[in-house]
Design a protein around this ligand. Structure first.
Ligand code: MLT
Length: 200
């Protein structure tokens, strides 16, 4: 997968896996990683799917309606890529924290839904429930931060509540942070996720 890897200065730190929103690239969230942890490795990946020229991490049938078959295929593809990248760049496979926005948050949530050891934790900005009606792996010891907007037209508030419950029922420790805003990524939610990250 097309990506950027930047080696951190402190090998005890996690690797931050950056996953952009629809129409974004691997460049988009680099400033966010800089705000969250200047010393960590960064692995920033570009989604392999194109929707009218816009990169995404999996196909959708309509706004908010996901192509489940493609979601499952792309989730596996990304999980395998993480293993290959860990070997190639020499970082700990079991110490990856995903930071995803919108479509990138959805694939990060999907990694946790499908693979017990894909991620150590995830900061999910404006995610939806990636897939319903499935049994999640045991996610005890996993940490998740979710930020959501009370007026988000793309992710209704109930989606965020449902995602929190599904992850908690699988054993994850979930923090849900609300912004009185829409779908945009705000500085104040990044500050809240930075606090969450430094208390991992
Ligand atoms: C998705 O398709 O993953 C969500 O609707 C969010 C987005 O527009 O990327």
């Amino acid at each position: 997968m097309k990506h950027i890897f930047q080696k951190g200065t402190n090998s005890d730190k996690p690797t931050l896996l950056l996953l952009h929103g629809t129409g974004g690239t691997e460049q988009d969230l680099l400033p966010l990683a800089e705000m969250i942890d200047k010393e960590a490795n960064i692995l920033s990946v570009r989604g392999n799917v194109l929707e009218n020229g816009m990169p995404r991490f999996f196909k959708r049938l309509a706004e908010g309606v996901f192509d489940e078959e493609d979601l499952i295929f792309r989730t596996k593809e990304l999980n395998e890529f993480l293993g290959e990248a860990a070997e190639k760049y020499g970082f700990a496979r079991n110490n990856i924290i995903a930071i995803g926005y919108s479509n990138g948050a959805n694939i990060a949530a999907s990694l946790m839904f499908h693979f017990q050891d894909a991620l150590r934790g995830a900061s999910l900005h404006h995610p939806m429930v990636p897939r319903r009606g499935m049994t999640l792996p045991d996610l005890a010891s996993k940490k998740v931060f979710i930020s959501a907007g009370t007026n988000d037209p793309i992710c209704p508030a109930q989606e965020s509540e449902d995602l929190k419950s599904l992850l908690e029922n699988a054993g994850a420790d979930v923090t849900l942070h609300w912004e009185d805003k829409g779908h945009q990524l705000t500085v104040s939610e990044v500050r809240a996720s930075t606090d969450w990250y430094h208390n991992l």
